[in-house]
Design a protein around this ligand. Structure first.
Ligand code: MN
Length: 463
């Protein structure tokens, strides 16, 4: 994807100054592009008139390759000429407040220099009009060669790529919401308007039909891949092969319809022998968003977070707060799910095991079992408040489990809540945060806040 770079100026200062604006902008843009490994930053010219601004924004809006736009004012650029363009801008905007020169040339500085190098002046005018028009945007301040400035630009660029992805995201729901559960519900029309998410329902029979169409040869080939990649810790190969069929069928079904996220519901599995476990884990690890029990909001958020972190270190996975170790002062959360924990969060080589579930009344499902990764992370919940959406992000520290849990046949994570268990969890409960979350070691609270605010959602940060 690309980021468009626009420079603000005007005709007031004459040809020589405008030539310098052009040249300096190309240098800055080239430097930024060279340090943006995950996107291409393209100079789209200097805006000197209302028409320049309008034409640039029209092009940016309709070029699917452009994920966002950066604006910097080298000189003063009267902001009335930006109004009509900004009013029709459909993509994320970053206001880069930088300067071509790092130091003041004290011995040489004259009025020509002052006319050319006045972003301190021009960017205040631009910031005012963004404020006045109430345009959501990100502001980055500092000399453009500083690594922390570049880091903020790169983080924002990842957000723009995820935002473009979100605006076209389709979620397939096999079955509806788990009966009687409140927090996994929500206004799908509003989510479509705000986040761009289309959520389509499918009867699980549609999936069953797809599963029945999987050939034995396809099933056997995928089973071989499983045994190459994981430790087979069961004698029940047939149960594992059943999940291989589910994986092939799900992938086929989702790809055919352009779905990058999906949900299942263990109360609605007519025509399936097992709850999809291993199959869901494998799809999660290859980039699909997943939410259990019909939780389309979390499924979508997992997909968007995976996209935002796609080219970073770290992972984003579907997770559920399950149970606690309440040892005073060292409280820990044990997070997992019935089966569907993303093996991207595995610290150990996953083992394939087959165990009964205890609920749902189906055959014993195959799943990947592993201990979780460690390190700083965020846990984010997306809820429908009835007045709109809210993202709640908690700072957590993933830790190694203090003791082995040999009888727990699940992938699992354990973490410490920040700033401490009682305050962190109380804040989460008071905010209305759900039990389903996206745990991410790739995204920080700033990334998530940017996404929330850009989509008209509230944001709460706990930590
Ligand atoms: Mn759940």
């Amino acid at each position: 994807m690309k980021i468009a770079f626009l420079t603000g100026s005007q005709y007031l200062y004459g040809e020589e100054t405008l030539k310098a604006v052009e040249k300096d902008s190309e240098i800055i843009c080239g430097e930024l592009d060279a340090n943006a490994p995950r996107v291409e930053i393209v100079y789209k010219g200097t805006v000197k008139t209302e028409n320049d601004a309008l034409n640039a924004v029209k092009e940016i809006n309709y070029d699917d390759e452009i994920a966002g736009v950066m604006v910097w004012c080298h000189t003063f650029s009267p902001a009335k000429m930006w109004i009509n363009a900004l009013k029709i801008l459909l993509k994320p905007l970053l206001h880069l407040h930088t300067q071509f020169n790092e130091r003041l040339p004290y011995a040489e500085i004259d009025m020509d220099f002052m006319n050319l190098n006045q972003s301190a002046h021009g960017d205040r005018e631009f910031g005012y009009i963004l404020n006045r028009l109430r345009i959501n945007h990100t502001t980055v301040v500092g000399y453009y060669k500083e690594p922390d400035v570049m880091e903020k630009i790169n983080k924002w660029a990842d957000f723009t790529v995820a935002e473009a992805f979100s605006k076209q995201l389709k979620i397939a729901r096999f079955g509806d919401n788990m009966r009687e559960v409140a927090v996994t519900e929500g206004d799908k029309v509003e989510a479509n308007i705000k986040f761009g998410w289309t959520t389509d329902y499918f009867a699980v029979g549609d999936l069953a039909e797809e599963i029945n169409a999987v050939t034995d040869a396809e099933k056997e080939a995928l089973f071989t891949e499983y045994t190459d990649k994981y430790l087979l810790n069961t004698s029940d190969a047939e149960a594992v092969k059943e999940q291989a069929k589910y994986e092939i069928a799900l992938r086929r079904f989702l790809n055919r319809g352009g779905y990058r996220a999906f949900t299942t519901n263990f109360q609605d599995l007519y025509g399936l022998k097992q709850l999809p476990g291993l199959a869901v884990q494998r799809l999660s690890a290859s980039g699909y968003g997943f939410g259990a029990e019909g939780d389309w909001k979390t499924a979508a958020l997992v997909a968007v977070f995976k996209k935002m972190g796609e080219k970073r270190k770290g992972v984003s996975v579907f997770m559920e707060d399950y149970t606690y170790d309440l040892k005073r002062g060292e409280e820990l959360v044990l997070g997992s799910h019935m089966l569907e924990v993303d093996p991207q969060a595995a610290k150990t080589k996953p083992k394939i095991e087959v165990h009964p579930l205890g609920i749902g009344g189906k055959e014993a499902p195959a799943r990947l079992v592993f201990d979780g990764i460690e390190g700083a992370a965020t846990a984010t919940s997306l809820i429908d408040t009835g007045l709109g959406f809210k993202l709640i992000t908690a700072e957590i520290e993933l830790v190694s489990q203090p003791e082995k849990m040999p009888k727990l046949p699940l992938g699992r994570l354990m973490w410490r809540v920040k700033p401490n268990f009682k305050d962190g969890v109380r804040a989460w409960l008071n905010a209305g945060g759900a039990h389903h979350t996206v745990v991410s070691t790739a995204l920080d609270a700033e990334d998530i806040e940017t996404f929330a605010l850009a989509n008209g959602a509230q944001f709460e940060h706990i930590g």
